[in-house]
Ligand binder design. Structure first.
Ligand code: NDP
Length: 245
């Protein structure tokens, strides 16, 4: 039987690439989409691409910032696929702004989508993995969570929090055969970064040692490594082409 990967926020960008890369490597893919609209405009196509690799792939619509919706989604995935072997907490948003100008709502929205979601999903999928005494949890953090980033007080707080959740999960669930690690990408080409101006992109690029932005595939390679490793846990792998050293 194929292993099962559940990826949050997988209708587009890095999440969609993760789904296809894991499908290529023989995983059945449970693809979480935020809404009916993102299912229609991305999730459906991601699932089709996965199925081309001969695996099962289905979409599950849920706002992962909502505790009960995560519980229902995890239940539905187990009913449809029989297990969750790998959970990738990928869903995320940005609402950038300088500290003294940031609205409270922008802070709360980012914490809910980027941090609470990781608790919600780990809480429910972790319980499933504990019963099976095996599982891999991979959380997508960011270099902004490791080093901070001006203009992203909400985002960097959420992504630093993800690293805290990662270490605590690794400590709590390790004896149950479950690993938990984080990936901290630098600047990755995706719809999230497409909106940046050319001027900002040029400035950022000049700081990347490898002289190019990362691709979703670069992140997917690190995720595949973590999904296949039994003795790496509680770690944060930085995938940033040498941006932050
Ligand atoms: P995208 O904006 O392309 O994708 C993010 C995905 O998350 C979208 O599919 C979005 O759905 C989904 N999502 C957002 N909120 C929710 C929610 N509450 N419930 C379910 N799904 C949700 O961004 P990327 O692919 O670039 O980012 C993926 C992850 O990588 C994020 O966690 C991001 O913070 C992180 N990251 C990205 C970097 C980059 O340079 N691109 C750098 C470092 C980290 P919808 O389309 O409906 O909004």
């Amino acid at each position: 039987m194929n292993k099962v990967v559940l990826i949050t926020g997988a209708s587009q960008g890095i999440g969609a690439a993760l789904a296809v890369k894991f499908a290529e490597n023989g995983y059945d893919a449970a693809i979480n989409c935020y809404s009916e609209l993102t299912f229609e405009n991305g999730g459906k196509q991601t699932a089709e691409q996965c199925r081309k690799h001969g695996v099962k792939a289905e979409c599950f619509i849920a706002d992962v910032s909502k505790f009960e919706l995560c519980e229902a989604m995890v239940k539905a995935v187990v009913e449809r696929f029989g297990a969750i072997d790998v959970l990738i907490n990928n869903a995320g948003i940005t609402r950038d702004g300088l500290l003294v100008k940031m609205q409270e709502q922008s802070f709360d929205d980012v914490i809910a989508a980027n941090l609470k979601s990781v608790f919600n999903m780990t809480r429910h999928a972790g319980a499933v993995m504990m019963r099976k005494k095996s599982g891999k949890i991979i959380n997508i953090s960011s270099v902004a969570g490791v080093y901070g980033n001006a203009g992203q007080i909400n985002y960097s707080a959420s992504k630093a929090g993800v690293i805290g959740i990662t270490k605590t999960t690794a400590k709590e669930l390790g004896k149950r055969g479950i690993t938990c690690n984080a990936i901290a990408p630098g600047i990755i080409e995706s719809p999230m970064t497409d909106v940046l101006s050319d001027e900002i992109k040029e400035k950022m690029l000049s700081a990347v040692s490898l002289g190019r932005f990362g691709t979703a595939d670069d992140v997917a390679h690190a995720a595949l490594f973590l999904a296949s490793s039994d003795y790496v846990t509680g770690q944060t792998i930085i995938v940033d082409g040498g941006l932050a050293m």
